[in-house]
Design a protein around this ligand. Sequence first.
Ligand SMILES: [Zn+2]
Length: 184
Amino acid sequence: MKLLLKKIERPQRFKPATEDPPEPSRDLRSLWGRLETRRWIKKSLQELDFAIEELDAELGFNEHLKNCETCRMELCLSVERYMGSRGPWWINLQNGDYLPEQFLDCPKLEDYEIGYYGKDNQPGTHKFIKDRMTWATKITKKQFKAAGKLVKILENWPVTEGIPEISWVQGMIDKLAGVSIFLG
Ligand SMILES: [Zn+2]
């Protein structure tokens, strides 16, 4: 009894601030989820827009290359002297010729008579660039088509569905295109 009295007499204190705030209701949590999904859809569509522009520019460049001797000659020198540095991804050899390891149909560097400094702008190098470009264009076209499909998927994405893994856009383009390029 004494103890109980003591307890009652004790002055009231404020509850410590470490206590958790009240749980949000299920409806509120679900609303947050939908808003988050809407934001993700918008952001992904922007990323996708950018990716489509890049792919389109790449296809445009490949087309240009067919008719531009200057660009072809410059790419030759890039391969012969600088391991394809500053060139498009499909002739970058700075980390070795890794693309044929990933793609069986990718033309191999070793099958061409590549020129070198002092004996540059060689027909073998030109052939290598032409064959690689033809091969790469097929991949880029697939990615371009896949990116277009992805726009439709995203536009019809149910907001209640939630958000998939983070680096989604490029991964999905490659998945839909059936290619996966790990630039070495
Ligand atoms: Zn040009």
